[in-house]
Design a protein around this ligand. Structure first.
Ligand SMILES: [Zn+2]
Length: 200
């Protein structure tokens, strides 16, 4: 498995990629249907029309973040029928459902740069800047929170409790929505590119 360069400039096109010598048309409909790649632990990297190239170095050290909360993975990253609007929408993160008040932990160290009620969609929100991770600027966001355990400007460690699960904003029940963004433009990526599902 070797990725030299991935180019997503126009919709989705992938060049210079060889996966077990299978033809490139394997990737037709890439954004509709997640592909299963062998010999790569970061299948998520290819699941979405990311705007930026994927570097080998960025793949090799992931994932080492912990899960931000205990609970049921109630919605995956990718296309879904929106539970309230009933239309097909891009879900730019993952949802973890559990009881109101469930602790939410920082999955990795970072600098808290926003804490507050952001808008009627996100509700109570925390945003963390994780700095440069393997050459890429990375940020994470936690929405629909019941309450907060940090303030803006705090530096947090991995595993530190930052807030509590709730259902504020546009939400059908208590859950945490987590998104992870890369680069200056803040392109969403599958959080499991960074988070190890088995680590808490
Ligand atoms: Zn969500």
């Amino acid at each position: 498995m070797k990725i030299n360069r991935i180019n997503f400039n126009q919709g989705i096109s992938i060049s210079d990629i060889k996966i077990n010598d299978k033809p490139q048309n394997r990737f037709a409909g890439l954004d509709e249907q997640p592909v299963q790649l062998t010999n790569i632990s970061k299948t998520d990297v290819l699941n979405t029309p990311s705007q930026k190239p994927v570097e080998n170095s960025a793949v090799s050290n992931f994932p080492n973040w912990i899960m931000p909360a205990h609970g049921r993975l109630s919605s995956a990253y990718g296309w879904r029928i929106h539970p309230i609007q009933k239309t097909r929408k891009w879900h730019n993160g993952i949802d973890i459902a559990n009881n109101t008040g469930t602790e939410i932990k920082a999955p990795a160290a970072g600098h808290v740069y926003y804490v507050g009620y952001e808008n009627n969609y996100n509700g109570n929100t925390i945003r963390i800047d994780h700095g440069i991770v393997n050459g890429v600027k990375v940020e994470s966001v936690y929405i629909h929170l019941q309450g907060f355990n940090v303030s803006r400007g705090h530096d947090v460690k991995q595993g530190q409790v930052i807030g509590f699960m709730g259902s504020t904003g546009n939400s059908t029940g208590p859950h945490l929505h987590v998104s992870i963004y890369e680069g200056k433009r803040g392109n969403d990526v599958n959080p499991f590119k960074y988070i190890d599902k088995s680590k808490y």
